[in-house]
Each structure stands twice: as C-alpha cells, then as structure tokens.
Ligand binder design. Structure first.
Ligand SMILES: *[C@@H]1O[C@H](CO)[C@@H](O)[C@H](O)[C@H]1NC(C)=O
Ligand SMILES: *[C@@H]1O[C@H](CO)[C@@H](O)[C@H](O)[C@H]1NC(C)=O
Ligand SMILES: *[C@@H]1O[C@H](CO)[C@@H](O)[C@H](O)[C@H]1NC(C)=O
Length: 362
C-alpha cells in the first residue's frame, strides 16, 4: 500500500512535469465550452499586461482550440495605462526581466516561447507591439501563409476599461485602436480578474477565471464569424472596432453560468478623474461622472452606457462599438462650426503690423 501510494505521487509529479514542459494547452479539458467558428480567422493577439498574463495565454489557447490561427505579440512587461503610445525597443536586449521572470534580462528585444513560435513578446508598449506584430512578425509567421491578420484581439485586461476616458488611457484599448487605424479591426477585452502569472492557470478546469474569460473571448470572435462574409476584407468596416467588458461575477460560474451579453455604448454614466487630496496629504484620483464625457453625439443614444450596464449587472458582458473617426459629428459641429469659422476669419483679417513686417524681414 505504502509502495503503491509512492508510485501515485511519482506518477502525478511526472505528469505535472510533462505538462509544464510540453506547454501546449490547445484543446485542454478546461476549454470544453469553446465554440467553433463558421470559418477560422487570422488573429493578432496583444494586451497591455504582458505576454506572461494568465488571461492572454488562456485566450491564445481558447482561440486555437476553436481553430483560429493566432499570433501573440505582446509587451514583455506590464504596460498598463499607456493608451495608444507607440514606444519601440530602444536597446537590442532587455535591461530587466520580463513580467514574472518570463524571460531573463539580456534576452533579445523580441523573442518567442521555445515551444511555440506563435507566442512572442516584444519590448514595446501595447501600440508598439501591435505595429511591430503587423509589420515585422506577421509577414513571416507560417500559420498566416504570408497574409495579414484579419482581426486584432487585445486582452482580456486584468481589470475593466469602461467609457471614453479609459478608452484613451488603456493600453489594452490602445492596442485595439492602433490596429483599427491600420485597417485591421481591433477588439479590446477587459475582465474583472486579478493579475496572475500563466503558470497558475488550471488548464483542466473550465471554472479557472482565466480559462473562463479566454473561452468567452474566443466565443465572441467565433460567433462573430457567423455574421461575416468570409471573403470580405476588412471583415468589418474600416475604422470600426469593439470594446468588451466582463462584469465582476462573469468569472463565477455559480452566480453567472452564462454572461448577459449586451450591446452598449461608450458614454452613459462613464467616469473621468477628479483630483482630491488624500489622507496622506497627496493628490489622488476619484471617479466623477462629468457631462463633458457623457454627451451622446455618435452612435445609438438608446443603448445603455457600458459603465451603467456593468454597475447594474455583475453578470453583464458589454460590447460597445467604436470608431476612430474623432471628428465632431454634425449634431455638435453645427453649433461649433460658426464659432471656429468666425475665429479663423478674424485671424485671416488680421493684417501684420509694420513692426511684425520689419522683424520678418530681419
Ligand atoms: C501594472 O501597472 C499598473 C499601472 O502602473 C498597476 O496598477 C498594476 O498593478 C500593474 N500590474 C501588475 C501585475 O503588476
Ligand atoms: C456575485 O457574486 C457574489 C459573491 O460570489 C454574490 O454575493 C452576488 O450575489 C453575485 N451577484 C450576482 C448579480 O450574481
Ligand atoms: C430610440 O428610441 C426612440 C424612442 O423609443 C425611437 O423613436 C428611436 O427610433 C430609437 N432610435 C434608435 C436609433 O433605435
């Protein structure tokens, strides 16, 4: 008996060691709820939490389990809050290790997991990672056969990103809109999950929170393909992308066995920062719902704001559709245009004075 239990322990240990070294979790038992697409897509996967985040690794395998072709190009360290900033590697090698020691200091600025050429990091911001991915990695990625990705998936972020203020600020959404601007539609995903290293994911457990958000993310992408024309390029109109948020309880299968998917809009109860002085005497942030942020000029004003939807329902999974056309829409521009036209007229009528003419000649 004693001998037998020792054997069991040994067997368990070696299975664990095998799983850790083979490290391909496509079709792992945890992904039993992944649905199949109408057709597979070529997907660029990025985020702002880094390539070592449990959520991005889970999404990679969930998308692969569904049959999509996936290339991950994600920041090597946490790049939260960088918005659409594009910062590229400034030196050939890493001066610090990757997040959670995923790669050692001194490694090249771009690299792949030794066991999977589809899982790569770059020492860049989220926006920089997407551009580097599109232009320098995707063209030679063998699963893409020389074709460009059709969709960029960003996230799911460790924490929600709700409303236009976070749209601008979030690196997760930044990666998405940088891709949309390049003509490859981007969809950002954000979850109410805690930061974890991907080694902590239980790939056999459909209730692991990263397996859950990975599965839902892959399922949205796969469900989308049924609404698409396989030969369309781009697959959704140019300049359009999405922002998806998972409510607090979406990762709790007991209270939310199925998320309440709903179409929302970016504005509506959305927060922007207000600065107050904290108990330590230093300025700190507080949320404020400001009218400056919550006008409905664009889109469908009947839709609930994503912040309101998430506040109201912990099981909500909100899907807002954004455009990167930042011009003021007619409704606002009709009033603002004469004000700006008058201003320009005044500037044009301003004749340079003698003094200005003289200094210009000098
Ligand atoms: C990443 O950076 C953000 C912003 O500095 C911080 O709030 C967050 O806790 C960091 N995440 C991790 C896993 O360190
Ligand atoms: C969310 O989960 C918490 C704790 O598991 C529970 O108390 C609460 O009732 C749940 N809310 C909803 C809307 O399911
Ligand atoms: C919004 O709701 C109003 C009133 O119910 C309706 O008349 C209008 O057509 C709706 N607009 C859109 C874009 O659905």
């Amino acid at each position: 008996m004693r001998f037998f239990s020792t054997l069991v322990v040994l067997a368990t240990a070696s299975i664990g060691a095998f799983a850790a070294s083979s490290d391909d979790h496509t079709n792992a038992p945890g992904f039993k709820n992944v649905i199949k697409p109408k057709f597979p897509l070529r997907i660029l996967l990025s985020n702002d939490d880094s390539w070592a985040s449990s959520n991005i690794r889970s999404t990679y395998y969930a998308l692969k389990t569904a049959g999509h072709k996936v290339l991950m190009v994600a920041p090597v360290v946490n790049q939260s809050g960088k918005g659409g900033t594009v910062v590229l590697p400034g030196v050939p090698t890493l001066t610090t290790p990757g997040r959670d020691n995923s790669v050692a200091a001194g490694a090249p600025y771009h690299g792949a997991e030794p066991f999977d050429a589809g899982i790569t990091y770059v020492n860049a911001t989220p926006g920089g990672s997407v551009l580097y991915g599109l232009d320098q990695v995707a063209p030679s990625f063998k699963d893409f056969d020389g074709e460009a990705p059709q969709l960029t998936v960003s996230g799911p972020n460790e924490g929600t990103n709700l409303g236009p203020f976070l749209y601008t600020l979030s690196g997760t959404i930044g990666a998405s809109y940088i891709s949309t601007e390049r003509g490859i539609p981007g969809i950002a995903f954000s979850a109410s999950t805690t930061p974890r290293d991907y080694h902590a994911v239980d790939w056999n457990n459909p209730s692991d929170e990263s397996v859950i958000v990975g599965t839902y993310t892959a399922n949205l992408v796969s469900a989308l393909t049924y609404a698409l024309d396989q030969n369309a390029d781009p697959i959704i109109p140019y300049g359009i992308g999405g922002n998806v948020n998972y409510g607090k309880n979406v990762t709790d299968p007991k209270t939310c066995p199925h998320p309440n998917w709903q179409l929302t809009r970016l504005t509506g109860g959305a927060y922007v920062d207000k600065i107050v002085i904290g108990s330590n005497g230093l300025p700190t942030y507080q949320n404020i719902v400001s009218p400056g942020l919550n006008q409905c000029y664009n889109g469908d004003c009947n839709l609930t704001g994503e912040q309101d939807a998430i506040n109201k329902d912990n099981c909500a999974a909100t899907v807002s559709v954004y455009s990167v056309d930042y011009d003021a829409p007619t409704s606002a521009f009709t009033k603002a245009k004469p004000q700006f036209q008058q201003t320009l007229q005044r500037l044009s009528n301003q004749k340079p004075s003698k003094r200005q003419m003289l200094s210009r000649e000098a």
